[in-house]
Design a protein around this ligand. Structure first.
Ligand code: PHB
Length: 393
């Protein structure tokens, strides 16, 4: 081959490589960042999934729809809050769609499937709700970050608040699965430490809503108060059934704040007076929260709730990470370090990431008044999960 032909051949292959993006530095890649949502779009948590996606997109859209300068392509899987399909659904995004980041999910049981896939594949996994302890305790991982809470975080702020109101004997009621059982752990720890006695634990399988027999039992037990974990469509029905059973006004109802998130329109006056603890409140009187609520309402013609905030914060966290690596999500050590060190300027108030990758955040005490979660005060300041058993920490 003559030297001239050799040069031409080399040029041709260089042009070929450039057009496929191979020669560009990673951060300047023309390819889009692939973001996968694995969320419930059907069933009792459907509304929660939609709020999370809306919140996430709002954060990204505030950045011109880009991440670290790169365009985004979205993928979606409805996980139906079905734990038996958790691994298969996560693999649809990770193996079939080859996402760079998986955003999901709501249900703790389904999260365990995602966690397995995330640990095995190394894909960046952002948890916008599910509070299952293991994800940021024994099964924590460098590539997994949670922007919401652990299941026992909100209820660890609840016990003292109930005792302060003079309620010394309580009944606990929940859906019997990881989220309810771990919420109970937090309640039991805080309530008994403050001097309370739990006289009965009641439960029913997720996502059942046949509360009648259990409400009859509560009436017979005559506790000073009831504390619970329910969420989504089931929470709205529990609030209405509690009032219809004649318990409202007689036995005060408390809960982790999910009970009164996204359900106040549906529950109506039956929700008035319910006291909860949560890392957000719609009525937080800060410029940050007010602006967020206005922007969200404009974009979606709907009121945001804690799920929308968690989705939004997931976007904020990813933006901070992506900016630190100029869009090259494969620069993992730098990406993870930026996300670990992030302070999120959230509508809920500023929060930081624990070593096990779970928010360190304030818990508010709230009461429902006229379809609003009104803030009564801060029930726990900068509350962190223990992260017990997390080896990476
Ligand atoms: C959960 O399953 O972890 C879960 C679901 C809904 C909530 C909170 C936690 O509102």
């Amino acid at each position: 081959m003559t030297s001239r032909r050799l040069v031409l051949t080399r040029c041709a292959s260089l042009i070929g490589a450039a057009s496929t993006g191979l020669l560009l530095p990673a951060h300047a890649q023309a390819s889009k960042i692939r973001v996968g949502f694995m969320l419930p779009y059907t069933g009792t948590f459907a509304q929660l999934g939609v709020a999370i996606e809306n919140g996430f997109r709002l954060a990204i859209n505030e950045q011109g729809g880009k991440l670290g300068g790169r365009e985004i392509e979205y993928f979606k899987v409805d996980d139906e809050s079905d734990p038996s399909k958790g691994i298969e659904n996560a693999n649809k995004l990770v193996q079939r769609d080859k996402v760079d980041v998986l955003v999901g999910t709501v249900h703790s049981g389904v999260q365990m499937g995602i966690q397995k896939v995330a640990r095995e594949s190394g894909v960046l996994s952002l948890i916008p709700n599910a509070g299952v302890h293991a994800a940021t305790r024994g099964l924590c991982a460098p590539n997994v970050f949670r922007t919401s809470f652990t299941n026992s975080q909100p209820t660890r702020a609840l016990g003292q608040a109930m005792i302060a109101k003079g309620h010394k004997k309580a009944v606990w009621i929940t859906w019997k699965y990881a989220a309810g059982d771990e919420a109970f752990e937090g309640f039991k720890e805080s309530y008994t430490a403050a001097g309370g006695t739990i006289i009965k634990e009641l439960g029913l399988p997720f996502p059942q809503v046949e509360f009648q027999a259990l409400l009859t039992e509560i009436a017979a037990l005559k506790p000073d108060a009831v504390a619970c974990f329910f969420a989504g469509g089931g929470a709205a029905k529990f609030i209405k059934d509690y009032a219809a059973a004649g318990l409202k006004g007689k036995i005060p109802l408390y809960g982790s704040g999910f009970l009164t998130e996204g359900v106040l329109e549906a529950a109506g006056p039956a929700a008035d007076g319910i006291i909860t603890t949560m890392h957000y409140s719609d009525s937080l009187d800060t410029p940050r929260n007010k602006k967020f609520r206005l922007d969200y309402a404009k974009a979606y013609k709907a009121q945001p709730d804690v799920y929308a905030v968690q989705g939004y914060d997931t976007g904020l966290l990813l933006i901070q990470g992506a900016n630190a690596v100029k869009g090259d999500l494969n620069s993992k050590p730098v990406l993870y370090k930026a996300m670990e060190g992030a302070t999120i300027d959230s509508p809920r108030g500023k929060w930081t990431m624990s070593k096990a990758h779970n928010p360190v955040q304030d818990m508010y005490l709230r009461v429902v008044e006229n379809k609003e979660n009104k803030v009564l005060g801060v029930a726990a300041k900068a509350l962190a999960d223990s992260g017990a058993g997390c080896k990476m920490a």
